[in-house]
Write a new protein. Sequence first.
Length: 204
Amino acid sequence: MNQFLRRLLILPAAALLLIGCTEGQNPVDPGMPAPDQTAPSLSMSPATPSTNSGTIVDVAVSNPDFSILVQAVQFADLAGALSNPNARYTVFAPTNDAFVRLLGRLGLTPEQLFVPENKELVKSILLYHVAPGVRTSKVVLKMPLIFTLKKEFIVVKGRTAEVGNFKNGFASIIATDVRASNGIIHVIDDVIVQRSVPVPPIQN
C-alpha cells in the first residue's frame, strides 16, 4: 500500500498531556436519550491485535492491519505522546481498509490528502477518535455520548455497536478491549468525522 496512505492516528501532543480521566468519567449531554441498557457484548476478532502490555503505539505496530495508524503517528510526530506511560486513552481505531474507504468518500488519493496544508484537518479528524480515560466496551456501549479530545461528542448506538454522528455517519465497532499499558483500543470499520467537517456521509 502507498506509504502516504499509512499516515493517520491521533492527537496533538499538547492535548494528550492535559488529559487524566479514569474509566467512566465523561461529560454527557443531559438532553440525549438514556444510555442503551441492551448493548451487545463484543469480543476481539482474530484479525485484531491480542491483548498487549505495550503502549498504544506498540499495539498498533504489532498488527499490520494498523500500519496506517503507525505511519500516522510518525506523520504527526506523536509517537512520544502516544507512548506516554502516564497517559490513559480510549482509542476508536480505524483499520487500514477504513482509511481507504475515507479516501474514497473524499475522492482523494493519499498524495492529495497527506500534504502539509491538510495536517491540521487530519489531526482534527483523528482527535475525534480518542477519548480521555480507559473505557471498556461494556462502558462504551452503555454511554449515549463520549467526549473526545477534539472537544466534540461521539454518539454511541449501543444496540448496534456503532459510533459517529448523525451528520457524517456511523462506523461499526468490529473488535473491542484491546489493552495497552496506557489505554484501550476498540477497532472500527470506517473513519468517523466530526460534524464540523463537511464530508460525504458514511454509507452503511
